[in-house]
Design a protein around this ligand. Sequence first.
Ligand code: SAM
Length: 229
Amino acid sequence: MNKEYSIDAYSERRAEREWMVHTQLVSRDITDETVINSMSLVPRHKFVREDKQDLAYYDTPLEIDSGQTISQPYMVALMAQALSLKASDRVLEIGTGSGYSAAILSRIALRVYTIERHQVLASLAEERFRKQGYKNIEVRVGDGTLGWQEKAPFDAILVTAGGPVIPDPLLDQLAVGGRLVIPVGERGEQSLLRLKKTMSGKLITENLGGVRFVPLIGMRGWDERIKNS
Ligand code: SAM
């Protein structure tokens, strides 16, 4: 796969990005070199509105369009690390949002398929991928709780919104040996779960700790009619 990116976007705000990587990731528990490398390269400021760009390398989530958020850098790194990605992996992401985490994953893995329920966010993310030279990311608008059957199975699945349960279609679309990372729990607070599908098809679940994500809305998620979606 030819991975050529915009040099301009990379050279901008490089010192701030290095500072973010050292103070927020390496000084905590992010040790996966592929994740550290990717977080050092992807220009987070290009995934937020211009008026938020000065805040892009701080240790915080930020507002994006459609009432959604781009996750805190540490959380993106933690989830990417939990996926234990290989260069040959095909990854499904639910919740494209700004496109930032898809860009991080796409520099490590072979291909990323990402689903967003808000058309405006999907279009903005696609535009960012095009401008910055990300050619191995495919975006679709829809309900990610149903997965992306035509592209399954996936070596890794990342859900970046919190649901009440683990959607069955995602478990079905996970390859043998695959990893699924998803926040599950109440609307305001969830546990970040990592599931691994063993050779025998059995699922091994680990709890990586408490997190707070925007709600996963859909057929196998929360009801859209409840406020804060
Ligand atoms: N990965 C994103 C980023 O890097 O900016 C963070 C996304 S934000 C925390 C979660 C996203 O999940 C929101 O954009 C929201 O619209 C989306 N979402 C919620 N439910 C969804 C569903 N069923 N299918 C697809 N996207 C969904």
